[in-house]
Design a protein. Structure first.
Length: 206
């Protein structure tokens, strides 16, 4: 007795003899989603100390000069998505006036663009997107009438041009000092490419 061979055809359907088998449901596999930030932008502000722009008189026993100190290291403002906003303190800025007769002085501030990579337009945050406000004095030694440039957050100004950060009048005593801790507000453009952006905030005193 010959047993005829069973022909099994392969196609999109099931073979005939498999049609009678119970179908076992396949368990659902849940893959965890990864939270991936596709466009985080990290910005770093650097404070630079320029040479004092004021022409000082000759130094004598009771006559030295006018100087400014700013934070020396990079200041990280964290990360945000394009179109987001970053805020933070830059660090203490201090003006020391060692002139016996004193006088008035004005501190100005400006900034470079913030760039990453090649620094093309999508990798540049220009200084017009960076705002500054000085806040009030955190230190005031001497007989100075001090005038913050931007005492409140709503007074913040962009740094695409030079701005007055702080000024003082009527310095009548030797060794006067004024300090403040300014804030930056960085508005990232919606088209900014993700990266670590770096720029420089520059203070000078005259």
């Amino acid at each position: 007795m010959k047993i005829p061979a069973r022909v099994i055809q392969f196609g999109y359907g099931m073979p005939e003899f498999l049609d009678q088998l119970p179908v076992m449901p396949m368990p659902t596999v849940h893959r965890p989603r990864r939270a991936v930030s596709l466009a985080a932008v990290t910005l770093t502000a650097l404070a630079a100390v320029p040479a004092t722009a004021r022409a000082e008189p000759p130094v004598g026993p009771l006559q030295t000069g006018l100087s400014i100190t700013v934070p020396t290291g990079p200041v990280s403002f964290g990360a945000t998505a394009p179109g987001g906003t970053l805020t933070g303190h830059l660090g203490t800025v201090e003006v020391d006036d060692d002139r016996l007769l004193g006088g008035s002085w004005t501190t100005s501030v400006t900034a470079t663009s913030f760039k990453t990579g090649a620094g093309d337009p999508t990798r540049t945050i220009d200084a017009g997107h960076v705002s500054y406000w000085s806040g009030t004095a955190t230190l005031n030694v001497g007989t100075l009438a001090v005038h913050p440039g931007q005492p409140r957050a709503q007074d913040a100004v962009t740094l695409d041009v030079s701005r007055v950060a702080f000024r003082a009048d009527l310095d009548l005593l030797f060794l006067s000092r004024v300090a403040w801790n300014p804030s930056l507000i960085i508005n990232t453009p919606p088209a900014a490419v993700a990266g670590a952006y770096q720029g420089t905030v520059i203070h000078s005193v005259v």
